[in-house]
Design a protein around this ligand. Sequence first.
Ligand code: UN1
Length: 509
Amino acid sequence: MTQTLSDQLTPELAERTRVLLRGFGAEIPAPGDLTVRTPITGGQLLTIRADTEEQAHAAITRAATAFDAWRTVPAPGRAAVVRRLAELLTAHKTELGELVTLEAGKIGAEAVGEVQEMIDICEFAIGLSRQLYGRTMPSERPGHRLMETWHPLGVVGVISAFNFPVAVWAWNTALALVCGDTVVWKPSETTPLTALACHTLLRRAAVDVGVDPEVHQLIQGDSRIGAQLVDDERVALVSATGSVRMGRIVAPRVAQRFGRCLLELGGNNAAIVTPSADLELAARAIVFAAAGTAGQRCTTLRRLIVHADVAGPLTALIERAYRQLRVGNPLDDGVLVGPLIDQAAHDNMRIALERALADEGELVCGGERVEVFGDNGHYVRPALVRMPAQTAVVREETFAPILYVLTYHELEHAIALHNAVPQGLSSSIFTTDQREAERFLAADGSDCGIANVNIGTSGAEIGGAFGGEKQTGGGRESGSDSWKAYMRRATNTVNYSAELPLAQGIKFG
Ligand code: UN1
């Protein structure tokens, strides 16, 4: 029955995908060797042709050529294309959200939220275009001025992941464009159609405001195409989002040619819940952070470190919420947990759960497959697992909805446990005790790039810098002064006197 439903649904979803693509003004790609599936049924939406090595090379050439003129356009003028993109995104918000749901499996609210995140970063970038500030410093020499200026960097290669198929591209692209860079985008091979939609909208925005559309290039394919961006000397910055394994390949290769890298790799995010916490609030935040996006955010909450005195009641609250979570077709209203991206994600979840149980973990609830469309699509109930210790499997990032619960007695021990993983992206503490909150945010508190109080680990706003430490890769994207990664800094000393005093008081001749 459900199997049949999926057989009927897949062609409908495929047709809907074509309608959406046409609505963005995109051409339906010619059939090719890359199969695009929807995680909703696991069925095929379209096939597309992956780019060849020559095509990717030509795209980088076009971006490098466009850069020559683009870098001389004043930054507020460059913002015009980003402003127009924001307008188009606003006009197509629902449809682009729907395409994200079809291709990545996100529920509607989260998919539209992702498009909103794109609009937010566009607005940020537009304002930023008038605030690419350099400093002036007092020169030690009379009649001299010392200052720094920020200049466009060059071609930026953006490698993005399936789980935020459009927002992370927008973080990079909106900033890169106002900074005067051109962009070559290699999206995940799992989500090439949302990429095609964004690429089409951006090119349209460029044409609408009289900007050379070649400032943005899209190349499609697997990691071999990505490797071209990594190795091409003309790509000044490689901004890559993905696994630690991918980062280990990308970073040394870019460093080898003295290129720059901006890495946003895995997270293994934890929340500490202290006895003073508002448990109802904590439970709500925890459920969204751990089960939202079916556990497939890099900011997903994966470890809960709870004081022994409140572990019982908190786990009970989370368990109750988990049992009520509706798992199903992300296109249906009321569904909160959509599918995992593919079979491999499902296998990884199963293996992680087996390992956790072998480590004497106790499954509180969840973890089982949910048959939404029979054998098709990989739907699971988010799992809650009580762990006696932070074993190897807990220290790894499994990109699926598993929340491990550990207990502590002393806050110092909780912070030590919190930091005893190789990743360092996001973190939270739930407490109403200011001392505990400040202790967590202090230099010897959370070692992550993001440290929150009384909110979950996921769902960051664009205004702050986004990224993390240790194996997360050290990069910062999005807000604050992350733009500096997309520009080069020049230090300028100007002598407006008729003398030639040397620095450090040196007399020469
Ligand atoms: C990601 O999962 O790669 O903070 C990005 C969040 C989102 C971005 C996640 N704003 O969860």
